[in-house]
Design a protein around this ligand. Structure first.
Ligand code: SAM
Length: 235
């Protein structure tokens, strides 16, 4: 039977969930090369991702920022636990929306999320003292102009485009281009699996301001059709 998505989005979540991905996944989302070549990187909206922890272990300079970082590791882990059932249910309900070639199964996705959380929590308190985990929220960041070579936005902008409006997207991306030379964003579909309505306007506005804005194919697909990232370069 074809699922009926007319009345209710099949992938419905209780807010912006603290769900974190691993370095290998980020490398695919953003077509990243050797972590040692990253230059200073900002992971904004990093949540309980282990990208910063894994990069740090490899000697690569990554700062993770998120409003969640006002909380302790235990409190973040508790928030994660609270969302597991909703995520599992949403993935099951919307299984047809995903390409399972990469992860294989829902259980593998959950295993990776738990691995990321464990790596994140093991690194978090020391990393916070060292300034590698910073409490910050778009659209205003507490970093000086040009602090980072690259800023990454994974599973926040565009994906949550129903909760975050066009102005929030544009202001946030301008702010990221202030603090970083280059910005990459993935995915570009919303939670309904449709191209974000904010994307064309954001690209047009940033190009008009002299910035580079292009869509780049990446070697990854989970949400069906989410195979491109947005790459912005400061003009
Ligand atoms: C779905 S998680 C993605 C985590 C990580 N980027 C990843 O892909 O594994 C979204 C994160 O965005 C954070 N977030 C929500 N509003 C934000 C804002 N205004 N600025 C920065 N991060 C925000 C949430 O706290 C949450 O940790």
């Amino acid at each position: 039977m074809t699922p009926d998505t007319r009345d209710k989005p099949a992938f419905e979540l209780p807010g912006i969930v603290p769900w974190g991905r691993r370095l290998g996944e980020y490398s695919a989302f953003f077509a990243l090369g050797d972590p040692m070549d990253f230059g200073p990187v900002l992971d904004i909206g990093a949540g309980p991702s282990s990208f910063a922890a894994e990069a740090h272990a490899l000697g690569a300079p990554v700062v993770a920022a998120d409003p969640l970082y006002r909380l302790s590791a235990g409190e973040i882990a508790h928030r994660f636990d609270e969302t597991v059932d909703a995520m599992r249910a949403a993935m099951r309900r919307a299984a047809y929306r995903f390409n399972w070639a990469h992860y294989g199964s829902e259980e593998n996705v959950l295993r990776l999320r738990r691995e990321a959380l464990a790596l994140f929590t093991a690194d978090y308190e020391a990393g916070r003292r060292e300034g590698r985990y910073v409490e910050a929220a778009l659209p205003v960041l507490p970093f000086a102009d040009g602090t980072y070579r690259l800023a990454l936005v994974s599973h926040l902008l565009f994906l949550y485009g129903d909760r975050l409006d066009f102005r929030f997207h544009l202001t946030s991306l301008r702010e990221l281009l202030r603090v970083a030379e280059e910005v990459r964003v993935f995915p570009l579909l919303n939670l309904d699996g449709l191209p974000s309505s904010h994307l064309p306007g954001v690209m047009t506005a940033l190009r008009a301001e002299g910035h580079g804005a292009e869509l780049v194919e990446v070697p990854f697909e989970f949400q069906r059709g989410a195979t491109r990232m947005l790459r912005l370069r400061r003009g």
